[in-house]
Design a protein around this ligand. Structure first.
Ligand code: MN3
Length: 198
């Protein structure tokens, strides 16, 4: 089949206590797997099954809603597992820190803007740091939409994303999205984020 569930580069327990092992396991093996399975089913043997996920997302307005939901879900989670990790958090350095300072005045102001975007996304969705040209912007999208989609209000290349669907935090944090987001900063893999800036 065209798309496959990527392996995690760390154990489900690796992000404890910030993101619990049970949430990680269900999120990866059930939720992400379902997006992959449903994306493959939606694409069947059609011409789009041979295209890259980036090309599919860039043309999403021409494709069925099942491809939008599940293709977005597959891309978004694949990115999410990479931009979080163990032995992470703290502050970004180098070119990434400079770029955040240039675009948001300070790292703290960037973090506040990103957290606000994640807190104010009503219902299920994602908050993003995206690169458009030489500019960095914070935005958010509903459901499994993302800034690579041709229908996105704010377009760009995702550099960092956070899943604010309740399935990402409900077991440990219940309705307390704010506590999940505070914990999220302890698992951001800034080296991986910096790679996406280049
Ligand atoms: Mn999710």
């Amino acid at each position: 089949m065209a798309f496959e569930l990527p392996k995690l580069g760390y154990a489900y327990t690796a992000l404890e206590p910030h993101i619990d092992a049970r949430t990680m396991e269900i999120h990866h093996t059930k939720h992400h797997q379902a997006y992959v399975t449903n994306l493959n089913n939606a694409l069947a043997d059609g011409e789009w099954a041979k295209k890259s996920i980036d090309e599919i997302l860039a043309n999403i307005s021409k494709l069925p809603v099942a491809v939008r939901n599940n293709g977005g879900g597959h891309y978004n989670h694949s990115l999410f597992w990479q931009v979080i990790g163990p032995n992470a958090g703290g502050l970004p350095t180098g070119d990434l820190l400079e770029a955040l300072n240039r675009n948001f005045e300070s790292f703290e102001k960037f973090r506040d803007a990103f957290t606000t975007a994640a807190m104010t996304r009503f219902g299920s969705g994602w908050a993003w740091l995206v690169k458009t040209g030489n500019e960095l912007k914070v935005t958010s999208t509903p459901n499994q939409d993302n800034p690579l989609m041709d229908i996105a209000e704010v377009k760009g290349t995702p550099v960092l994303g956070v899943d604010v669907w309740e399935h990402a935090y409900y077991l440990k944090y219940q309705n307390r999205r704010n506590e999940y987001l505070a914990a999220f900063w302890n698992v951001v893999n800034w080296n991986e984020v910096a790679k996406r800036l280049r």
